[in-house]
Design a binder for this molecule. Structure first.
Ligand code: CU
Length: 163
C-alpha cells in the first residue's frame, strides 16, 4: 500500500498553494464499501465536495488496488448512462478514463467555471451506474470549499500542505 502510505482524510480536501485553488485527493477502493467501487470510502454520492464557482480544482487520483478504475467529472444527470464518455469541464479526467488504471496514481486540474450539481465518477464501463461516484457541487454561494463525508457535518478544507 505504498501508494497511499501516510495519507489521511485531512488530505481529501486541502486549500491549494495559490488563492482560489483547492487540492483534492480521491482514492478508489479506499475500503470494501460498495464492493470496492468507492472513492475515499464513499459511494452513490454519500460524500459531497462543495467548491466555490471559479476556483481551480487540482485532483490527485490514486488506485491502490489491482482492479481498474478511473475518475472524471460529469453532470450528475448523466450518471445513469452506461458509458460515461467525456468530462464536463475541460481536462477534468484522468487519461484513458474508460480503460481505467490499476495500481497507479494520476492527476489533473480544471476550472470549476459553471455552477451546478456534478459527480466525481468512475469512467470504467458500468461502474458509475453501479454507484462508483461521489458528489461535486460547484456553488455560486459557497465562499470556501467543504467536504461532507456520509452523515457527518460538512468540513472546511485543511490548510495547504507545506511544501
Ligand atoms: Cu470504478
Amino acid at each position: 500500500m505504498e501508494l497511499i502510505e501516510g495519507l489521511t482524510s485531512e488530505d481529501f480536501l486541502r486549500l491549494g498553494s495559490k488563492p482560489n485553488t483547492v487540492d483534492i485527493l480521491i482514492i478508489a477502493v479506499f475500503n470494501d464499501e460498495n464492493y470496492g467501487m468507492n472513492f475515499n470510502g464513499y459511494a452513490k454520492g454519500a460524500a459531497v465536495y462543495t467548491i466555490p464557482k471559479g476556483w481551480q480544482v487540482n485532483v490527485t487520483y490514486i488506485n491502490p488496488s489491482p482492479v481498474p478504475h478511473s475518475v472524471l467529472v460529469i453532470e450528475k444527470d448523466s450518471l445513469k448512462k452506461l458509458q460515461v464518455a467525456e468530462p464536463y469541464f475541460k481536462g477534468a479526467a484522468v487519461p484513458d478514463h474508460l480503460k481505467g488504471l490499476a495500481y497507479g496514481k494520476s492527476s489533473f486540474s480544471f476550472v470549476a467555471d459553471e455552477a451546478g450539481e456534478y459527480a466525481f465518477a468512475c469512467g470504467f464501463p458500468s461502474h458509475a451506474m453501479n454507484g462508483h461516484w461521489i458528489g461535486l457541487e460547484i456553488s455560486d454561494e459557497a465562499k470556501a470549499p467543504t467536504l461532507k463525508l456520509g452523515a457527518a457535518e460538512a468540513k472546511a478544507a485543511s490548510p495547504a500542505k507545506a511544501k
